[in-house]
Write a new protein. Structure first.
Lengths: 114, 113
C-alpha cells in the first residue's frame, strides 16, 4: 500500500528566509509525486509534480522539489519565502492508471513571520 | 471555465438526517473523487469513479454512498449523518492518462450535531 509522511506538522519561517518541507513516501513502484497548497478556506492547488526524468522539478510560485529515490523523499523548497506563501502544504503519491488514487500526507502548516 | 463546483459550501445537520453533497465538473474528466479533510489527518479518500456507471470505495467509505450517472456529476450521499462525519469535504477530478493532476472544488463544510 502506498503512504506518505510529512514529518513536520507546523513550520514557522521569517519572510525572505529559505524553506524546505519534507515528504517521505512508501510505494512499490516508480511513484508519481505531487505537492499541493491549500490557502485558508480554499481547495487544493497543484504546485508541482514528478512523473519521470529530471529529478529536480520546478513548479509555480517559485517552488521546486527534488525526487530522491534512495531516500524515498520528495522535499519541497523555496529560496526566499513571501508572506503570501503562508498556507498548508500537502504531499501526495499515486500512479497514473485509470483506477489509481492519490494518497495524501497529513499536511504541513506554514507560518511566515514578517 | 467553472472547473469543479461543489454545493453547498456550508451545511449543518442533526444526527440521523440525510443529505447530498453535489459535485459537478465541466472539464470532461473521467475520474472523480470525494475526500474528507480532518485536522492532522490530511485528505482521506471516500469514494471515487473512473467513469459514468463505475464507482469504487476509497479508504473511508462507511456511511457514504455515491453514484455516477453522467460524466459531469458525482454526488455524495450521507444516508444517516453522524457527528463523526463532521468534516470538510472536497470533490476532485482529473483526466485519466499521462497527467494525473487533480483539480479540486472549494470544499463543503459539514457539521453534524
Amino acid at each position: 500500500a502506498q503512504s506518505v509522511t510529512q514529518p513536520d506538522i507546523h513550520i514557522t519561517v521569517s519572510e525572505g528566509a529559505s524553506l524546505e518541507l519534507r515528504c517521505n513516501y512508501s510505494y512499490g513502484a516508480t511513484p508519481y509525486l505531487f505537492w499541493y497548497v491549500q490557502s485558508p478556506g480554499q481547495g487544493l492547488q497543484l504546485l508541482l509534480k514528478y512523473f519521470s526524468g529530471d529529478t529536480l522539478v520546478q513548479g509555480i510560485k517559485g517552488f521546486e522539489a527534488e525526487f530522491k529515490r534512495s531516500q524515498s523523499s520528495f522535499n519541497l523548497r523555496k529560496p526566499s519565502v513571501h508572506w503570501s506563501d503562508a498556507a498548508e502544504y500537502f504531499c501526495a503519491v499515486g500512479k497514473e492508471t485509470s483506477g489509481s488514487r492519490l494518497t495524501f500526507g497529513e499536511g504541513t502548516q506554514l507560518t511566515v513571520n514578517p | 471555465n467553472a472547473g469543479v463546483t461543489q454545493t453547498p459550501k456550508f451545511q449543518v445537520l442533526k444526527t440521523g438526517q440525510s443529505m447530498t453533497l453535489q459535485c459537478a465538473q465541466d472539464m470532461n474528466h473521467e475520474y472523480m473523487s470525494w475526500y474528507r479533510q480532518d485536522p492532522g489527518m490530511g485528505l482521506r479518500l471516500i469514494h471515487y469513479s473512473v467513469g459514468a456507471g463505475i464507482t469504487d470505495q476509497g479508504e473511508v467509505p462507511n456511511g457514504y454512498n455515491v453514484s455516477r450517472s453522467t460524466t459531469e456529476d458525482f454526488p455524495l450521499r450521507l444516508l444517516s449523518a453522524a457527528p463523526s462525519q463532521t468534516s470538510v469535504y472536497f470533490c476532485a477530478s482529473r483526466r485519466t492518462g499521462n497527467n494525473g493532476e487533480l483539480f479540486f472544488g472549494e470544499g463543503s463544510r459539514l457539521t453534524v450535531l
